[in-house]
Design a protein around this ligand. Structure first.
Ligand SMILES: [Zn+2]
Ligand SMILES: [Zn+2]
Length: 154
């Protein structure tokens, strides 16, 4: 199979991926159709697709890079949870207004790309944290009441 055919399948699988995919996940999906493909080939193709602007690479902190097929009509920014690493889309209705505002701040009239990410602990992690806190308080109260009982008994 030639490189063009190979790339077609890689692109198809990128588009099929529900949202963000790591190179390894993409590799596992492509391998179903191209058993001979190597992870290196996947990386090389991703690099090319990123540099020609078809694919977006997302990398936050120490986490593995994730990739997604770019949709030119998209109206969202990415939000990243530093607790669990989840990357989600936050849609906004007036992207033009926001972009113009950013250009204005930088005293520019145009930009090839404006990158904007929202770093925020997601609701799941927030709830989990709140639950942990409640448990810790309960455990502390229980410990205190035990000491009280013990003191009374003495
Ligand atoms: Zn989270
Ligand atoms: Zn995305």
């Amino acid at each position: 199979m030639n490189q063009t055919e190979q790339r077609k399948i890689i692109i198809r699988e990128l588009k099929n991926a529900k949202s963000h995919t790591t190179a390894e996940e993409l590799f596992n999906n492509v391998k179903k159709f191209l058993p001979q493909i190597s992870l290196g080939t996947i990386y090389r193709n991703l690099e090319i697709l990123c540099s020609n602007g078809s694919v977006r690479k997302l990398s936050f902190e120490h986490r593995k890079a994730q990739f997604e097929w770019k949709n030119p009509a998209e109206n969202f920014i990415h939000s990243y949870c530093p607790e669990c690493g989840k990357i989600a889309h936050v849609s906004f209705s007036d992207s033009e207004k926001l972009q113009n505002l950013i250009l204005e701040i930088y005293n520019e009239t145009e930009a090839d790309e404006i990158k904007l990410d929202l770093i925020k602990v997601c609701n799941c992690c927030k709830e989990a944290k709140a639950e942990q806190l409640i448990k810790a308080i309960e455990a502390e109260n229980e410990r205190k009441s035990k000491i009280l009982t013990w003191n009374k008994d003495k």
